[in-house]
Design a protein around this ligand. Structure first.
Ligand SMILES: C[S@@+](CC[C@H](N)C(=O)[O-])C[C@H]1O[C@@H](n2cnc3c(N)ncnc32)[C@H](O)[C@@H]1O
Length: 162
């Protein structure tokens, strides 16, 4: 599952490598761009409601939903990506939607991005020091970093224990 998938480059990348991907965004424009990208790479593309996901599909399944309120299905995904999106209230739901043994890859902007001209400067969109590492207490952390350049980001690879 790719959370806040935007134009779909990560979802399509995974689908090209054989994953069946749910790509969620609340922007119809972003989802339309993701659909075009998938079609241009010959990746099958489908649409669904979050509450009525099919049991099986190939390619990318586009879902229009607001992640601030969307009830993510419990223990349903082997891999979750979240890039350049931060909603602290969703951390618990993201953790719970991983299957046992499933992986979370999360990377988004950190507070020191404020020193850069580009990117978000609103604190609600910026991770505090150490915040991402501690955000998913039920997961085992395999990799964590905070870096300042070329963009200030924190990155996490973690797994839900078996
Ligand atoms: C900076 S883009 C990142 C897109 C993609 N993850 C990437 O790394 O290229 C942020 C995306 O989050 C989406 N977004 C923001 N708030 C959202 C929400 N509450 N629910 C779902 N999507 C949201 C936006 O529509 C946008 O596509």
């Amino acid at each position: 599952m790719d959370l806040a998938c935007g134009a779909g480059q990560n979802a399509v990348y995974l689908a090209e490598r054989g994953w069946s991907v749910v790509a969620i965004d609340f922007s119809p424009v972003a989802l339309e761009r993701a659909a075009s990208l998938a079609a241009s790479r010959n990746v099958p593309v489908h649409r669904a409601e979050l509450g009525a996901l099919p049991a099986d599909w190939s390619g990318v399944l586009l879902v229009e939903a607001d992640l601030e309120s969307a009830p993510l299905p419990a223990a349903s995904f082997d891999l979750i990506l979240c890039f350049q999106y931060l909603d602290r209230e969703a951390f618990g739901r993201i953790e719970s939607t991983l299957r046992r043994g499933g992986y979370l890859v999360y990377e988004t902007f950190a507070e020191s991005q404020k020193a850069h001209a580009e990117g978000p400067h609103d604190p609600s969109h910026l991770l505090r020091t150490g915040e991402l590492r501690a955000a998913f207490p039920r997961l085992e952390v395999f990799f964590y970093r905070e870096c300042e350049t070329p963009r200030a980001v924190a990155s996490l690879l973690a797994r839900r224990p078996m």
